[in-house]
Ligand binder design. Structure first.
Ligand SMILES: Nc1ncnc2c1ncn2[C@@H]1O[C@H](COP(=O)(O)OP(=O)(O)OP(=O)(O)O)[C@@H](O)[C@H]1O
Ligand SMILES: [Mg+2]
Length: 382
């Protein structure tokens, strides 16, 4: 079993999504109990009814799994008024600590990052079509364009450079197209201007897209990643420990190797790889003759190697590209197109494997919140 110090070190990866600092620094780790084969952690929240509890359960379990601890209990109590006041002072906040209510992220059941390692394999095309396919399956869906350097999501959804409205609560409201809620840096910068953010600026921008956007309750948030690995994925993994990675590859062996590097990166930042989608899987002529333009079998091989499912093989079709350029995903425009059918199948596959965090979410509704308050003090439940 790891030591208390090792556990504390690992818990530094658990970020309070509202305060944006880790729970160790915030002094929110109340208790660590190391048993023979399990570890129990108690986290102190700013409010008993904090809707972010699920976020903490997932993040703590993930941090401990990284230390080889599979059995892990996460319990909660509430900071005493004195502790709250001290924390508020330490953070230099004048207007009270966040209560969790503002962080809508907790109402997102599945977060799927669509990535590849390599450019141009169809991540963005798949993201928009998969979003449309999940809507067709009756799901509520958002798309976050995390390709801050080469955003293409607004165009593929037929959205211009309209600025999203701001709610009375000062939240950014996503734009909508095809029943999908959409957020992209493209809504904020003049068309075709290059965004050069890196490091802290990038982190801040992505954080804002998650925290300051009123996503509301979503079954799925799909995140279109930029090509390559690196900064964006690292940041997202920190902000969204429950995110999973969907890898896009072409049937070519070379693309597969690159996609595998992306998978390795996902593992490094401890995001789970959910599965693989093969794109550009051959072209069938109107006469029915099939040409495997980019080779065969890459998706299956990658899936086998990573021991994850291959959710589908999406063929090359001209309407997919034409519709992306026209701003209406092919899945919404022509469900009979072979690419639409393949993407619909991917969507159904995702729904079928959806663990959705519930075991946790559901037990949480039942979990008592323990209160460690100094004698005599009354605890205002914010
Ligand atoms: N199955 C397909 N059939 C036809 N065209 C496709 C298909 N998939 C993608 N394309 C086209 O290939 C090009 C690249 O696709 P897309 O922009 O989705 O890739 P990407 O992986 O997001 O690229 P980047 O790495 O630059 O973000 C686009 O022109 C798109 O319309
Ligand atoms: Mg793209």
């Amino acid at each position: 079993m790891p030591t208390r110090e090792e556990i504390l070190e690992a818990l530094k990866s658990v970020i309070d999504p509202e305060i944006r600092k880790d729970v160790v620094e915030l002094g929110m780790v109340r208790e660590i109990t190391i048993g023979d084969d399990r570890v129990d952690v108690m986290i102190s929240l700013t409010t008993g009814g904090c809707p972010l509890r699920n976020h903490f359960v997932v993040a703590v379990r993930k941090a401990l799994r990284g230390l080889g601890v599979d059995e892990c209990g996460v319990e909660f109590d509430v900071l005493s008024p004195e502790e709250k006041a001290a924390l508020q002072k330490k953070l230099g906040m004048s207007s009270g600590l966040p209560t969790g209510d503002a962080a809508g992220l907790n109402a997102i059941r599945n977060v799927i990052c669509v990535g590849s390692g390599k450019g141009g394999v169809g991540k963005s095309s798949l993201t928009v079509n998969l979003a449309a396919a999940l809507v067709a399956e009756g799901k509520t869906v958002g798309v976050l364009d995390a390709d801050v350097w080469g955003y293409s999501i607004p165009r593929m959804f037929g959205l211009g450079s309209d600025r999203p409205p701001i709610s009375p609560q000062r939240k950014i409201l996503p734009l909508e197209s095809q029943g999908v809620k959409i957020m992209s840096i493209g809504f904020f910068v003049p068309e075709d201007s290059a965004v050069v953010w890196r490091g802290p600026m990038l982190h801040k921008a992505l954080n804002q897209f998650l925290e300051d956007v009123e996503w509301g309750a979503l079954d799925y948030l799909l995140i279109d990643l930029p090509p390559g690995t690196g900064d964006v994925s690292m940041t997202l993994a920190q902000l969204l420990p429950q995110a999973q990675f969907l890898l896009v590859t072409t049937p070519q062996p070379a693309a597969q190797k690159v996609a595998k590097r992306a998978a390795e990166m996902a593992t490094k930042v401890s995001l789970d790889v959910l599965g693989v989608v093969e794109n550009m899987s051959g072209f069938t002529t109107p006469g029915g003759e099939r040409f495997p333009i980019f080779g065969e079998g890459g998706g299956q091989e990658l899936a086998d190697e990573l021991d994850v499912p291959l959710f589908g093989k999406v063929p090359l079709t001209m309407p997919l590209r034409v519709q992306a350029d026209a701003g209406v995903p092919i899945v919404a425009e022509d469900p009979s197109d072979p690419a639409s059918q393949a993407v619909r199948q991917v969507a159904r596959g995702l729904i079928a494997v959806e663990p959705q965090l519930p075991p946790v979410l559901e037990d949480l509704a039942e979990l008592p919140v323990m209160q460690h308050e100094p004698k005599g003090a009354s605890l205002p439940m914010a």
